[in-house]
Design a protein around this ligand. Sequence first.
Ligand code: SAJ
Length: 420
Amino acid sequence: MKKTICISGLGYIGLPTAAMFATHGHKIIGVDTNTTVVSALNQGKITIEEPYLDIMVQAAVTSGNLKAKTSPAEADVFIIAVPTPIEKNKTADMSCVISAAEAIVPYLKKGNVVILESTSPPGTVEELLIPILEKSGLKIGEELYVAYSPERVLPGKILTELVENNRIIGGVNEKSCKVVRELYRTFVRGEIYLTTPTTAEMTKLMENTFRDVNIALANELAKLSESMGINAWDVIEFANKHPRVNIHQPGPGVGGHCLAVDPWFIVEKQPDLANIIKLSRNTNDSMPNHVVKRINEILKDIKGKKKVTILGITYKPNIDDMRESPILEMIDILEKDEDVEITVHDPFVHNCKYLEKDLYKSIRDSHLVVLGVNHDAFIKVDFSKIKDIMKERNILDTKDFWNEKEVEKEGLNYYLLGKK
Ligand code: SAJ
């Protein structure tokens, strides 16, 4: 049965979800408070970068199934996919969820469905959403079906993963679970698992927390290895030969809007119990500073001004997203040193005050090249060319990306995070 679906929040999750439902025949009212997003969308254009999303949105808008507005309207289903950013004090800012929920209340009627997709602290549906929805006068679970269903897609692969990934639905009761499952079946080809809202909220957070804790372990190993005179990358490679071991990779820190944020939503709710989670966050957050310490050690004998070239400043390889990038944090620390002159080169980035668009110009007269992000393009760096244009021949690789022997063959000093 084709439904009218009102989706609040037309960002990285709301927009692909809207386009997906619209191209499967449902009628979508996309709601966003940003008028630029709304008017662009109504012309079939998008304001975010994601492979193939532009084509899908254009098809959805052309078919007449996707229309954008700045406020909600009557519908069968309401999906909330607004941002839940983190505050300075490491707690979730739920103001967008609150205002999106309050905005739909006047339009709710018997038989409607409300789904929260935004990443939220455990307990949000029960403690925050339901009290707002109850203002409609409808009986939750009987007249109004409510569920939490997190998105778990990887930026850059959103459209494939929306369809292929398994999905969790945490309904307030069995009926809510079932109606929401039927809805997502429109396009989800993965398994759909039914549970309670708080379990679904916690599951979403634990997926990213698992990764964050695992990376913290790798980062701790990097520090241990540097102190013990061994190579962390070798330890990880050998340990991962074991069939039940999968240690992640160390690096200059953990960025993005998920791993660096989600674990705090658990800590916020259970600060006395979430010890490993908190410690892991702090371990990963210590890495930019740790890399700066390595930089200072390498440059300690050089008097006066030193030029440091940083290759790659996005939060992970081969994307243009700089949100929570640990390299930006590293730059913040480095720029406090008046003797350090910073130059950045990143083929995906256009707005950074230290940016030099030409790779070799960025390296010219440098005392140290730091590999911050292992973009594929950096595999082609020509070390025989670099050695002649650098003032001091120092390379610091934070991702075990380049081959030590090849770099040293050219007469350059190769330093590696996780090895001293
Ligand atoms: N990183 C490491 N070492 C590693 C792997 C990653 O230092 O071994 C760093 C990356 O450099 C990056 C950060 O971690 O700075 C996060 O990158 P990521 O690729 O792990 O994840 P995200 O944040 O782009 O996307 C994650 C995904 N979650 C999982 O794989 C469990 C994605 O599926 C989620 O949908 C997304 O978070 C989200 O929105 O929650």
